[in-house]
Design a binder for this molecule. Structure first.
Ligand code: UTP
Length: 484
């Protein structure tokens, strides 16, 4: 039976439109498709901004735009946690007042595909704590429970998924009783997707005869998805003014941080639009982007876009010159996101990535699993919004807050090696060890200085080292596992 809708004239018309942008191969298998499959393919095509396809292919698939800085590159002005020249307590009080007034939302970007980790499921479901193996989502939920208790106001939690992991993420929260948070305080929304392109031909790849191969449009897609999904309107309705943005893969993240929020909203040089947390890079080769000023404009430069001279340059005191490593924790105002979407959906630059994309062989109709990269994925990066801050007042821009790495940064990116579950677990233990030692409680350490034990503390028990002050602490034996 053939599908009566759309008509063959409509399909001819669609074929002509696709041919005009070099993509009519998408209909190669049309005659073999069932009616529901045809509907799915039509919907996939409708979700693509066809008019821009030739431009994307030319610029990003066939071309490789350079993001290397062309102007004068300087380190940014930085508020460092260990610098007494600024009044940290003043900003803490301002941030706490914002939280008590219910003006802050937490925002997790959890739409990534987590290919490097290779975990079968959304990354937020990954058991990321070292002993109890709590899912990352639970770690953040416990932080929010603690924050709600401390500040006496509920911090709503917005979670961005992608169409590829949305249903699984929502089901995970439902099956875990929303980790004891009020379900009405958690909002899920899916980000947009981009078609994946064949690396050599620039043709959009097919995931199946009736499906276009797509990838989430990057964490930068969050800035348009917040508006498009209605999340931003929901924030306004709740009286939210500031968004505490963080990634799903850092279990040491301070989900809402009063000092950071205070600086972001009240520092004299802050636009109050988008601010960034950094940690000091440990060595030039560390693969993290750095915050820098290029011709006076604050921005994040990816490590792969920096020359060796810039990466290795040092201050007279021996510290790296460009050491402000971006940990992808941002404070962003609701007004800024609104402004970015005012003239239509917020469009940031695309970055290209060469990936292995399973796809249909157009000659045989079979799905093939490539053994080397065959596709180009285009993604927007959230930090590309930073140079757009403070447009109306050049004296004010995006500010940078340097935090203690061990206190706030233990990413889980790779299955093994750097930034893996093992390195993250070691850092999580190290943080608790330092908190205990600050309380003068003995922690067994190996000869290389690392804790000879595994430690875990829930944010509900302690959000920072002071939280351990009133606790009865157990003796910690060598090689033991201790949950506080
Ligand atoms: P990464 O850049 O580490 O990517 O994302 P990823 O998709 O998680 O992992 P790989 O590269 O495939 O191994 C950093 C953060 O941005 C989110 C991720 O979920 C993670 O919290 N992200 C990334 C999105 O929400 N959407 C995207 O399209 C990409």
């Amino acid at each position: 039976m053939t599908n009566a809708s759309p008509t063959s004239a409509a399909i001819d018309d669609l074929r002509t439109q696709l041919a005009a942008v070099g993509q009519d191969h998408i209909l190669t298998f049309w005659d073999q498709l069932s009616a529901p499959q045809r509907d799915l393919l039509i919907a996939d095509i409708a979700s693509i901004d066809l008019a821009h396809v030739p431009q994307w292919v030319e610029k990003y698939v066939k071309g490789k735009p350079s993001f290397a800085p062309t102007g004068t590159v300087e380190p940014p002005r930085c508020y460092a946690f260990d610098d007494s020249s600024w009044d940290i307590d003043h900003y803490r009080l301002i941030g706490e007042a914002l939280l008590r007034a219910g003006k802050v939302a937490a925002f997790t970007v959890a739409g990534g595909q987590g290919t490097r980790l290779g975990y079968d499921g959304p990354k937020g479901c990954y058991p990321g704590s070292p002993i109890t193996r709590k899912p990352l989502f639970r770690v953040f939920a416990e932080w929010l429970i603690a924050a709600n208790h401390r500040f006496g106001a509920a911090v709503p939690w917005y979670i961005m998924t992608s169409p590829l992991n949305h249903d699984e993420t929502v089901a995970f929260f439902e099956s875990h009783n929303h980790f004891d948070l009020d379900p009405a305080s958690i909002m899920f929304f899916a980000q947009g997707v981009m078609p994946s392109f064949d690396m050599t031909t620039g043709r959009i790849l097919l995931a199946d005869k009736h499906r276009i191969a797509t990838n989430p449009d990057g964490h930068g897609g969050s800035l348009r998805a917040l508006a498009a999904s209605g999340a931003l309107r929901d924030m306004r309705d709740r009286g939210i003014e500031q968004i505490s943005y963080f990634q799903v893969d850092n279990p040491l993240c301070r989900v809402v941080d009063p000092i950071f929020l205070g600086l972001h909203t009240a520092a004299p040089d802050s636009s109050g639009e988008m601010s960034t947390k950094v940690v000091s890079k440990v060595e030039p080769g560390e693969k993290v982007g750095v915050v820098a000023q290029v011709d006076g404009i604050t921005q994040v430069l990816e490590y792969s876009d920096l020359s060796a001279d810039l990466t290795e340059a040092r201050e007279p005191d021996g510290r790296l010159r460009l050491r402000a490593g971006n940990i992808a924790v941002h404070a962003i105002s609701v007004d800024f996101v609104d402004r970015l979407n005012a003239g239509g959906a917020c469009q940031l630059l695309f970055h290209r990535a060469e990936k292995k994309v399973p796809c249909v062989d157009l000659r045989t109709g079979q799905v093939t699993e490539p053994t080397s990269p065959n596709g180009i994925k285009l993604e927007m990066f959230v930090f590309d919004a930073i140079p757009l801050c403070g447009e109306n007042d050049t004296a004010k821009s995006s500010i940078v807050y340097e935090v203690d790495r061990v206190d706030e940064f233990a990413p889980i990116k790779n299955a093994k090696g750097n930034d893996s579950p093992a390195t993250s677990a070691a850092l999580q233990t190290e943080r608790v060890a330092r908190w205990l030692e600050w309380r003068k409680h003995p922690v067994p350490r190996s000869t290389d200085g690392t804790p000879d034990c595994t430690l875990e503390v829930s944010p509900i028990t302690a959000m920072d080292r002071k939280g351990l002050q009133s606790l009865m602490l157990p003796e910690i034996a060598r090689g033991s596992e201790v949950v506080l």
